[in-house]
Design a protein around this ligand. Structure first.
Ligand SMILES: [Zn+2]
Length: 283
């Protein structure tokens, strides 16, 4: 069966200073959340593209009008936890509580329960694979938290690079019904063998835009959708802070001023949509 290859573009919606790398570092942050989301919404509408926004529950509670605008533009809202706590720092009961609270906050803001989840800091790894069971038991239909390459902060070596139904081993696919009854959408890497992360965020700000486009093309040629992630603040040069360590400045803010152009060229070159639209092809 031939299917036009659709890729996935997603945005993790949190305050920029909630990032694991910055949360203990920054004092007196200015939120700029709405102006950052505005930049992203106008970019998406310019290229007639719909996306998934994984929203932190406390943000959905505080900015219900912004949630309505995102949904009003045809985008999907998923859960990014309630307080942006990485799963490494939670037990099962605490994680379940994070999910319930964020789902309730999203539902009361937009009238729809989220179908999908992205873990703060991509914190679903071999140590926290129990999280997939918790997601299934709470009715989530998909997860997009697995980084199929090991990085200093997260990732799972040799996890599938294409969307899959996890088996008993959460990081290999099953042929039939999976153990978890949800679909995992791993983040994009350059090549199934040559696994350089190209999924977005820091990598898209660091790597040449030509390399990102080549990576998406390589995956698509193999019938694999590229799942990309960004944060709205990464498009807003006004969030840049210079009162933090050079290393953290580099990881957090390098390339912020050119990301809009990079992503515009990607949106121009490939077809993108929200995760919920690709779900039926893999569920
Ligand atoms: Zn996040």
């Amino acid at each position: 069966m031939h299917r036009t290859q659709q890729n996935i573009i997603s945005f993790d919606l949190e305050h920029w200073y909630m990032a694991t790398l910055l949360r203990d570092e920054v004092t007196n942050p200015t939120a700029r959340l709405e102006e950052s989301v505005d930049i992203v919404l106008s970019l998406l509408s310019e290229y007639n593209t719909r996306a998934t926004f994984f929203v932190v529950g406390t943000i959905a509670e505080k900015y219900p009008n912004l949630m309505e605008r995102i949904v009003g533009d045809g985008h999907e809202i998923g859960s990014h936890g309630h307080t942006h706590t990485p799963i490494f720092e939670l037990n099962k009961a605490e994680f379940a509580e994070e999910l319930t609270r964020s789902s309730d906050a999203i539902t009361s803001a937009v009238g729809q329960r989220p179908l999908g989840f992205r873990a703060p800091n991509f914190s679903i790894t071999r140590k926290t694979s129990w999280a997939l069971n918790v997601l299934t038991s709470q009715g989530f239909r998909y997860d997009s938290s697995v980084f199929p390459v090991r990085t200093p902060m997260y990732g799972v070596t040799n996890a599938p690079v294409e969307p899959y139904v996890p088996g008993e081993d959460s990081f290999s696919k099953t042929a039939g019904r999976g153990a978890h009854e949800l679909v995992e959408f791993p983040l994009a890497v350059f090549h199934p063998t040559f696994r350089v992360p190209i999924a977005g965020g820091f990598y898209a700000r660091l790597l040449p835009s030509k390399l990102l486009r080549k990576g998406i093309k390589t995956l698509n040629r193999r019938g694999i959708p590229a799942t990309l992630y960004f944060h709205p603040w990464e498009f807003n040069p006004r969030v840049v802070r210079t009162d933090i360590s050079l290393h953290k400045q580099f990881v957090s803010f390098h390339g912020v001023s050119s990301l809009r152009d990079t992503v515009a060229r990607i949106l121009e070159s490939f077809e993108f949509g929200p995760l919920r639209e690709l779900l039926p092809a893999y569920a």
